[in-house]
Design a protein around this ligand. Structure first.
Ligand SMILES: Nc1ncnc2c1ncn2[C@@H]1O[C@H](COP(=O)(O)OP(=O)(O)OP(=O)(O)O)[C@@H](O)[C@H]1O
Ligand SMILES: [Mg+2]
Length: 258
């Protein structure tokens, strides 16, 4: 672990154990922090538990087959796994973007404000302002500002993914979680999404599962390496990718397995 002062903790994960009802233990005694205004990367081979952890953070696992969970996830010091924690509020505070962009069958404009409409916002000025802000933050505004009423399906894959980022930003979350957001994208679109993340971390906390080790190394301020449900190593990105402390981390990042 490096000696530099640590950034502020946004989410503290303490001794988290998760088991699915078919007996799969997908996270084993995980303890780590997610830091404010940083790009926090979760990486490692398939089946390591990365997506499970993301889903635990905003309790999407309530909907899945989790049979046992232990430990705590403290968001600004409050345990989100507590039974009486306000889950709707939680999901507003932690936005999530998935691997494949899922635009809704409606205009670009309506896609961005979908969540606000659901929340009952009707004020046209507020909606217009949100669309502009979110698309600018999602680095899509310049490409779509003159065609907001076009169908979202007319956008390229990379644009659709930035639209999904903008849709999440419209609700002004505090944390944005992205699960392999560039896995289907070409290198240029991938580069744009990565650049967007660098801008976004000024205002938000980012948690991302990258689609490759190379991407992890490019973007990680902090990186956590997961292997079969264990957190093997967690450190500053530049430390972990240049001088890993665990042989398994080294083997993985140098391409010797996975
Ligand atoms: N709904 C589920 N029911 C049962 N087991 C599950 C479920 N979801 C995930 N698992 C199991 O939990 C483990 C971790 O899966 P998870 O999807 O979190 O891994 P991952 O690191 O995101 O992998 P990938 O890189 O392939 O996306 C795996 O063994 C997986 O088979
Ligand atoms: Mg996954």
């Amino acid at each position: 672990m490096s000696e530099n002062p640590r950034p502020d903790v946004k989410i503290r994960i303490e001794h988290l154990n998760v088991r699915y009802s078919d007996g799969t233990e997908s996270l084993h005694d995980i303890s780590m922090d997610i830091y404010t205004h940083q790009i926090n990367v979760l990486f490692g081979p398939s089946g390591g538990g990365k997506s499970t952890l993301l889903r635990m953070l905003n309790r999407l696992n309530d909907l899945a087959d989790v049979s046992e969970q232990e430990g705590r996830i403290l968001l600004d010091g409050e345990n989100v796994l507590a039974r009486d924690y306000d889950v709707l509020q939680l999901r507003r505070r932690l936005g999530i973007v998935f691997a494949r962009p899922v635009p809704l069958p409606m205009s670009i404009y309506e896609n961005v404000i979908y969540g606000l409409r659901l929340a009952g916002v009707r004020d046209k000025q507020q909606l217009d302002a949100t669309v502009e802000r979110a698309l600018k933050q999602g680095a899509l505004w310049d490409e779509v500002s003159d065609r907001l009423s076009d169908s979202a399906y007319d956008l390229s894959g990379g644009q659709q993914q930035r639209l999904c980022v903008a849709r999440s930003l419209a609700l002004q979350p505090e944390v944005i979680m992205l699960d392999e957001p560039t896995s289907g994208l070409d290198p240029i679109s991938t580069f744009k999404v990565e650049q967007t993340l660098q801008q976004l971390k000024r205002d938000y906390t980012i948690v991302i599962v990258p689609h490759s080790v190379q991407q992890a190394a490019r973007i990680a301020d902090w990186a956590a390496f997961f292997l079969q449900g264990d957190l093997i190593e967690w450190d500053e990105g530049r430390q972990l990718f240049t001088d890993p402390q665990d042989q398994r981390t080294e083997d993985y990042i140098t391409g010797r397995f996975g």
